[in-house]
Write a protein that binds this ligand. Sequence first.
Ligand code: SF4
Ligand code: SF4
Length: 300
Amino acid sequence: MTAIGKVVKIQKFSVNDGNGIRTTVFLEGCPLKCRWCSNPDSWSGIVKLGVSKERCINCKKCISLCHKNITSLFNRDEVNNKCDLCGECIKYCPQSAISQMTHIMTSDEVIKSIEKDFIFFLNSNGGITFSGGEPTYQLEFLRELVYHFYKKGINTAIETCGVFNFEKCKDVFEKLDHIFVDIKNMNSNRHKEYTGFGNELILENIEKMANLNKSIVIRIPVIPGFNDDIENITSTAQFVRQNLKKPKIELLPYHMLGIDKYKNLGLDDYIYKYEVPSNEVMKELEDIVKSCDVEVLKYK
Ligand code: SF4
Ligand code: SF4
């Protein structure tokens, strides 16, 4: 095992990302930039040093210690250009205001940190979920991990945005047990406007994944004003019914839990806010999905 990857975090005892108790591995990198993304720390191209403006008392200890002569941790361009994540400022900040939001790890290190969770997986029919970002963005790293856990007989799932080269990833998907894939909008222009990418490849990949005979759940992040209209939910459910042998949809209501991450990463310009959909709206959307003969799943 030699692959080296960028891991945002390894979350233990997760119960929202598939069956049973799961360990979720969040990998860095994603081809999309969704306007509601709650994990901007998984975006590529930014150094993952988070600084809390609320905690910082401007003592300047961090910059006095910085061997790269960074003059302000709030200057995102400067941090991106110079920081090598040596960790000195994190260690000595008196306010614990600085955090490293990506970790360079070997596949061995990831495996070691998960091995102790096997007992929980066995007792709960749980397993490991690869998330992100888009896990296929670091394909070699993902491949090593998935193959390893497959050989160990551990249940594995992936949360994917659906944007990947299917032929290159096919062997990895064949080793997984569950696939969660988003359909964010059936209108490609709207999809592109809000995520930076059209939906054609995603829909094509769902059709190809359907032939792998895996358990597939389509996820819809419900974003008011973007995709919560009857027409979109109906055409998504119809597509799912037509293409999956066991059609299942999970509706995930928009939430604002990622907003602090944007602030800490200096990504304030990328913050978009939406209304959180009410229980009544979610129920109406569930009923639409069910009326199309598609099962509604809930893990939360
Ligand atoms: S060391 Fe911590 S508290 Fe002091 S200026 Fe840096 S981030 Fe702020
Ligand atoms: S992690 Fe190291 S290089 Fe980066 S800002 Fe802190 S002290 Fe400087």
